[in-house]
Write a protein that binds this ligand. Structure first.
Ligand code: FDA
Length: 309
C-alpha cells in the first residue's frame, strides 16, 4: 500500500481532522466533485439529470460509527422519511447504508430492529436497500446480520469486497438465501492476514467473483451489481456476460457520483444497467478521505482548490 494511501486512510479515522477539515472553504469546494451537496434535495436534483440519460441512483446519507442510540434512531428516521419522499416523487432511487450508522457498534439487536423498520418501509415502497460493507472487523457480524434480515425481507442486498481472501467462501455460504451482492474492491486499510496486498491480486479476485456472480445471474436469476470504475474490469465483465448470453440490461454497473461520468453515460447508452451512488450529508470527512485514498492524484485537485481563491 502506498505511503500516500496510508496517510489518507489514517486521516479518515482522525477525530481532530474530522472536526476541522470540513469547515474549511477550499475543502467544501473540492468535495463538490464527488458530492452534489449536503442535502437530499441536492442529491435529488443530480438524480433528475442522470435519469435523463437512463441512469438511476442510490442514496447514502453520510455518517458512520455513531455513539448513541438516539443518533441511530435519528438516522433510521431520516431513511424512512427519505423513502417516502422518493416514493412520492416516483423516482428510481435505491438506498444504501452502513450498519454502524444505525447502532451496530452499540447493539446488534437494536440495529436489527431499526434496520427492519427501514426494510419494511423499503418493501412497502417497492424499493431496495443495500447494506454497505465496512472494515474487516465487521464482516462476520454483517454477514450474520444479512442472513438473518434476508429471512424476512427479499429487498435487501449486501456489499462485499474482492480484496478479502474470504469473500468467495462468504458468497458460497449464502447460496441458499439467494443473496443480492454488490461487489467492490474494498476501501479500508487492511492487514495482509486478511486481504490481498497487490492491485493485481485484488483485480483477479474481483473478476473471479464477478464470473461466479454472472453465472448465478444466468442460472438462478440472482441480482448482482459490479461496483467499479475500472474500465478494464468492466470490459471483462461485459465479455463474460456476452459469452454466457446474458442480456446487457441484466449486467448492472454501479459507480460513484462524479467518477468516470462519461463512461457511465456510454454504458447506459449501450444498454447496460448503470446506477450511480450519490452520497450527501454533513458528515462527509471519513468518506471523502477514502475517496482521495483510492486515487491520491485527487489530492492535487484539493490543492488546486486551496490555491484558487
Ligand atoms: P480502481 O481503484 O482500480 O480504480 C480504477 C480507476 O477508476 C482508477 O484508475 C481511476 O481512474 C478511477 N477511480 C477509482 N476511484 C477513484 C476516485 N476515488 N476518484 C477518481 N477516480 C477514481 N467500498 C467498501 O469497502 N465498502 C462499500 O460498501 C463500498 N461501496 C461502494 C459502492 C459503490 C457503488 C462503489 C462504486 C464503490 C464502493 N466502495 C465501497 C469503494 C470500493 O471499494 C473502491 O474503493 C472504489 O470503487 C475504487 O475501486 P475501483 O473498483 O473503482 O477500481
Amino acid at each position: 500500500m502506498s505511503l500516500g494511501r496510508n496517510i489518507l486512510l489514517w486521516c479518515s479515522r482522525n477525530e481532530w481532522l474530522k472536526n476541522r477539515f470540513p469547515k474549511m472553504k477550499f475543502t467544501r469546494r473540492a468535495v463538490k466533485k464527488f458530492m452534489p451537496g449536503e442535502t437530499w434535495e441536492d442529491a435529488i436534483s443530480a438524480t433528475r439529470k442522470l435519469l435523463e440519460n437512463n441512469i438511476p441512483t442510490t442514496f447514502t446519507h453520510l455518517g458512520e460509527n455513531i455513539t448513541t442510540l438516539e443518533e441511530a434512531e435519528e438516522n433510521t428516521k431520516h431513511y424512512i422519511v427519505l423513502l417516502d419522499k422518493i416514493n412520492n416523487e416516483n423516482l428510481d432511487i435505491e438506498i444504501s447504508l452502513k450498519l454502524t450508522q444505525i447502532g451496530f457498534d452499540l447493539s446488534f439487536d437494536k440495529t436489527f430492529e431499526l434496520f427492519s423498520q427501514i426494510a419494511d418501509k423499503t418493501k412497502s415502497c417497492n424499493n431496495f436497500v443495500f447494506i454497505d460493507i465496512e472494515d474487516s472487523s465487521y464482516v462476520d457480524k454483517t454477514i450474520e446480520f444479512y442472513k438473518k434480515i434476508k429471512k424476512n425481507y427479499d429487498n435487501v442486498g449486501l456489499c462485499l469486497q474482492s480484496y478479502l481472501y474470504r469473500t468467495m467462501k462468504d458468497i458460497e455460504q449464502m447460496m441458499d438465501i439467494n443473496p443480492t451482492i454488490r461487489l467492490v474492491k474494498g476501501a479500508y486499510k487492511e492487514p495482509e492476514t486478511v486481504a490481498f496486498k497487490s492491485k493485481k491480486q485484488v483485480d483477479e479476485n474481483f473478476f473471479k467473483l464477478s464470473s461466479f456472480l454472472i453465472n448465478k445471474i444466468k442460472d438462478k436469476n440472482w441480482r448482482a451489481a459490479f461496483a467499479t470504475h475500472d474500465m478494464n474490469m468492466v470490459k471483462l465483465i461485459e465479455d463474460e456476460g456476452a459469452r454466457l448470453g446474458i442480456d446487457k440490461s441484466n449486467l448492472e454497473f454501479h459507480m460513484l457520483y462524479g467518477i468516470k461520468s462519461s463512461e457511465q453515460l456510454k454504458l447506459a447508452a449501450d444498454g447496460y444497467g448503470v446506477r450511480v451512488l450519490i452520497s450527501y450529508g454533513e458528515s462527509w470527512f471519513p468518506w471523502y478521505m477514502r475517496r482521495l485514498a483510492e486515487r491520491p492524484a485527487n489530492v492535487s485537485f484539493v490543492l488546486k482548490n486551496l490555491l484558487s481563491r
